[in-house]
Design a protein around this ligand. Structure first.
Ligand code: FE2
Ligand code: FE2
Length: 254
């Protein structure tokens, strides 16, 4: 697809993370893993948008969604080919270490998108925000990739499409809902915020759970272990002589 509009500037949050991104992308193994993951995300997103093309009753949207889906599949292929080229130059270690996935989310963030049952306007609002987020992140990834011109070129090419996706979805939303498109955008924004909150809350719950288990292990368990050891020391080892007559009762052991 072609776009005449300029690229979106990265958000303040994405700009703030530029030093971290530079560090994350500086490692060749991590770069390969990330590109492969991005490839999967783009292909999955393409599948969802293809489904959106099937369910919409708007002929123009169907055509645009189809082209959009083709773009996303192509992005998946571009990322995969670049990862394969990097692998040929330097095969990956078995474990690339810290990935920082939550800091470097891939693609358009179409996860959790339920295509069936969504209205055209809700779908367009969601797609617009997702593509906008992708354009912002890919701008940063492209800018921190000065040490790897071929990967930078891949991001540049994909960014061009993402910017078009971001723009056409907004234009179509204004066409489908000329009066209420802002309301749809705000609703989609709130829905994304809620999902971000749920993701953060889940992550935080995992961290708190691990901390509580560690506290239990190091604070609560040692006294019990000490008591068990003390009781074990008091036990006589080997066979114990039972006094005559003590074992006559059938109701007790001794
Ligand atoms: Fe894409
Ligand atoms: Fe896209």
């Amino acid at each position: 697809m072609d776009s005449a509009r300029p690229h979106e500037r990265p958000t303040a949050f994405d700009r703030m993370l530029i030093p971290v991104q530079r560090w994350i992308w500086s490692d060749a193994d991590r770069r390969v893993q990330k590109l492969l993951r991005f490839s999967e995300t783009e292909t999955d997103g393409g599948r969802d948008i293809l489904r959106a093309a099937e369910v919409t009753s708007d002929p123009l949207l169907r055509r645009l969604y189809l082209e959009h889906a083709i773009d996303e599949f192509r992005h998946g292929v571009l990322f995969r080919h670049r990862a394969a080229a990097l692998l040929k130059v330097s095969p990956c270690r078995s474990s690339p270490g810290f990935q920082g996935d939550w800091l470097t989310p891939g693609g358009h963030g179409l996860d959790d998108l339920q295509v069936d049952g969504e209205s055209d306007s809700d779908m367009l609002a969601f797609l617009h925000l997702s593509e906008k987020a992708a354009a912002s992140r890919f701008t940063v990834y492209r800018d921190v990739m000065q040490h790897d011109p071929p990967t930078r070129a891949v991001f540049e090419e994909i960014l061009h499409d993402e910017t078009f996706h971001m723009n056409y979805t907004l234009t179509q939303l204004a066409r489908v809902e000329p009066k209420r498109h802002r309301r749809h955008l705000w609703r989609a924004r709130l829905s994304r915020l809620w999902k971000v909150y749920l993701r953060l809350a889940t992550g935080l719950a995992g961290i708190l759970g691990s901390m509580l288990l560690a506290i239990q292990y190091f604070v609560l368990l040692p006294p019990f272990a000490w008591l068990a050891k003390r009781a074990a020391r008091r036990e006589l080892s080997g066979w114990t002589t039972v006094s005559p007559g003590a074992s006559e009762s059938l109701d007790r052991q001794y």
